[in-house]
Design a protein around this ligand. Sequence first.
Ligand code: NAD
Length: 488
Amino acid sequence: MNLRSPRNVNYADPSLHAHGLYIGGAWLPGSGIPVMDPSTASILAEVADASIEDARRAVDAADAAAAGWRATPARQRAEILRRWFGLMTEHSEELATLISLENGKALPDARGEVAYAAEFFRWYAEEAVRIAGEFRHAPSGANHILVDHEPIGISILITPWNFPAAMATRKIGPALAAGCTVILKPASETPLTAYAMARLGEEAGVPAGVVNVLTTRNSGPVVNAMLADPRVRKLSFTGSTGVGRILLAEAAKSVVSCSMELGGNAPFIVFDDADLGATLDGAMIAKMRNAGEACTAANRFYAQAGIHDAFVKGLTERMADLKIGAGYDPATQCGPMITRKAVQNIDRVVAEAIERGARATTGGAPLPGDGYFYPPTVLENVPATAAIAHEEIFGPVAPVYKFETEEEAIRLANDTEYGLAAYVFSRDLSRAMRVGKGIESGMVAINRGLMSDPAAPFGGVKQSGLGREGGVRGILEFVEPKYFAVEF
Ligand code: NAD
């Protein structure tokens, strides 16, 4: 059965995407995974639950399409990606609604995500034609060194639920630009956006089998079966550090190349000389984009003693002012969490911090009702030993800690196994840069609450990951250098 998408369909309609797996350019019927609306805890649609056999079929399809896609001129691959960018932009409001429905994020956040996600297709359409090689003279003079960059091969792309569109395009864009065919496994909580984008990809002219999408409740065995297939050469994963470690071990068995975008625990450091208004603007973006469900979310606020009280007061006022509601309600500024379990995790770390002496200046307990709501919360007097100081909160909770000196700020910022993102606010740029250099993280935002940019290398150090996505480096994760020793 091939349910090719007609034009003028409404991509925001969840039932449109409930047809099943997308393998080899065909929509295979299936069911078994209910997709929830976290604002109401009701079922939006049901999508297919792929088996190991389906996963094998997806690898077969990616393999059958591989030679043709690799041989497709870069300009042509670029034009398909550029058309996909155009279609995502054309259907941006429907995609944003769909994201709000299944993920719960507020519409302005969902619109921001669609624009950010589409931009990866435009950026990699531009990069596809610029994959450079190398030419050198051997120092001995014996020969010439020629390096070609070949597509790495069939790539498995695994994405989380918190950015259902952007985490997929950040991988599909460079993989397709490099000449690889892919199998995308989106998170079971938010598969509708992935299937909607696959339909737009079909319309953009992506050949059958170049992009395959499968959803499964049986992630471990299904993904392991694909990793064990010798035709699969790449795993690009975004998700938690725990699952990343499991997948690294699994990929090691067949020596599959891995890129890992894992968890974060970002410090947000405010010095006495910072512009308070601009810092609060930055803090609200860094904390509340996606209601705190972001790997780059500010997880620990460190305020210097002289500005601490004013910062807590300002942050409390702004957080208390946010309108909570269903993501797709246009008035909403803070949507629900993804699941009830997510609310319980937040409740656990906040309650433990309060038990150890922290004080909630706003929020501090889950909201009643069917939806998965936790209110914007600010905590002060949080002891450094509290669990909340070390775990990824993944919710709208801002713990604020006091510090005295620059050295102390750097030491506290680095007191974590993670190293993804950090924020520094100070009017003294020399100091901000010095502190930024002292922090062990892959990314530092200075006097800014937002750092994600398709043109910049995104990624972490320590337990936050391996490799980079975006920018000119993102495509290098999907190529393999081949060296020719040439004498002439
Ligand atoms: P998760 O690790 O639970 O799941 C991520 C994906 O892996 C999902 O598709 C899931 O179905 C799949 N998965 C789970 N177990 C698996 C297994 N054994 N084998 C194969 N696949 C498996 O993470 P999540 O809860 O969906 O997302 C939140 C996490 O993602 C947070 O830790 C966050 O920091 C991280 N994240 C990181 C980045 C980044 O770029 N560094 C971006 C977004 C989210």
